[in-house]
Design a protein around this ligand. Structure first.
Ligand SMILES: NC(=O)c1ccc[n+]([C@@H]2O[C@H](COP(=O)([O-])OP(=O)(O)OC[C@H]3O[C@@H](n4cnc5c(N)ncnc54)[C@H](OP(=O)(O)O)[C@@H]3O)[C@@H](O)[C@H]2O)c1
Length: 320
């Protein structure tokens, strides 16, 4: 049986991430889309061969052809759209970050738990080949205890008037765009940190949300892991992981279709790049079919946002 998927939002990630991924996936098809504007929606639907367009989410969720939704709207809209989907019994793949605050995630989780739906968090980077390669090395304890790790990813979403920057539809800019992915990778590799310290700065436009943010994760008496996310710097997309004896350095490891280059102790490793959105959608479909937990869950969404929120509360805690 084919799963009918509705895409909520007609923006970049819907178009470059999910449409190609669902088109390639087995056992699902796109049955409708939601746009705030009928003409824009129809143009988008025509371009991608989608049969039905809605401007009202309540009507979309009543459509019996819709079994699942993929929420691809600005962060602040995720809560109400996910809650409505849960109440309609539709499965959800929610783009990252889960929402804009911990409280909002908790509201969503109360509805997810009441419903019988599958909820998947959109941490697609867990499916990328280079990041999976590093995960397996750590899981198999191949290089001993990791002592230091850092990741630095910039975003092309650098419009100071965009929704991430101006603060109404998102509580974070660089952290929402790329930081949340790096937080997820550290949580996936190492678990939750025992403490964090953080610094945010907005030196170019001075808006409400972070232009550059840095968080250091402390895993007490074991490891320091650092992330830097930036919205105003030239392209960077890298990860470095060090044990006492070995190093792994990866370039171009985060993103939709990556072109990763991984060096282990300075020697290039063979990696077969893949489309992480295709893998993510396939995992979502498989979870629905098997009524099983997806690769990333609402717990990952919540705990990720806890770190984001705390990092802002404790931004530069000590004055000199
Ligand atoms: N996993 C990843 O790597 C990844 C990458 C990029 C983005 N994302 C996430 O995906 C979500 C969407 O991001 P995006 O880059 O696709 O954003 P985008 O290009 O701005 O698209 C968002 C879409 O949401 C709809 N929308 C509804 N209300 C809106 C509002 N008030 N302001 C702006 N758009 C509104 C719009 O469609 P209509 O105009 O048709 O209503 C718009 O096209 C975000 O949560 C983001 O963090 C994830």
């Amino acid at each position: 049986m084919s799963i009918g998927i509705a895409i909520i939002g007609t923006g970049r990630i819907a178009e470059v991430g999910f449409i190609p991924a669902i088109s390639k996936a087995n056992g699902a098809k796109i049955v409708s889309i939601l746009s705030r504007d009928m003409l824009r929606g129809e143009k988008f639907a025509k371009k991608h061969g989608i049969n039905s367009v809605y401007t009202d989410i309540d009507l979309l969720l009543k459509d019996p052809l819709v079994d699942a939704v993929i929420v691809c709207t600005p962060d602040a809209m995720h809560e109400s759209q996910v809650i409505k989907a849960c109440r309609s019994g539709k499965h959800v793949l929610c783009e990252k970050p889960m929402s804009t605050s911990v409280n909002s995630c908790l509201e969503m989780i109360a509805e997810i738990e009441k419903s019988k739906i599958i909820f998947a968090m959109g941490f697609n980077n867990r499916f990328n080949a280079g990041l999976k390669y590093i995960k397996n090395i750590i899981k198999n304890n191949e290089i001993g205890q990791i002592r230091y790790a850092r990741a630095f990813v910039t975003t092309p979403q650098n419009d100071p008037n965009g929704w991430r920057a101006i603060g109404k539809q998102s509580a974070f800019w660089a952290l929402s765009a790329t930081g949340t992915h790096m937080i997820d990778i550290w949580r996936w590799y190492f678990g939750n940190p025992s403490s964090i310290c953080a610094s945010y700065t907005s030196p170019l436009y001075g808006g409400p949300n972070d232009e550059i943010s840095n968080i250091i994760f402390e895993y007490k008496d074991k490891l320091l892991a650092e992330i830097t996310a930036a919205a105003i710097l030239p392209r960077a997309n890298r990860i470095e992981v060090y044990s006492e004896t070995e190093s792994i350095v990866g370039e171009n490891v985060f993103g939709i279709v990556t072109d990763e280059i991984i060096f282990r102790n300075g020697k290039k490793v063979d990696i077969n790049p893949c489309d992480s959105f295709f893998e993510e959608v396939s995992d979502f479909i498989d979870s629905i079919n098997r009524n099983a937990e997806p690769n990333s869950t609402y717990k990952d969404g919540l705990e990720n946002l806890m770190i984001m929120e705390k990092s802002r509360e404790h931004n530069f805690p000590v004055d000199l």
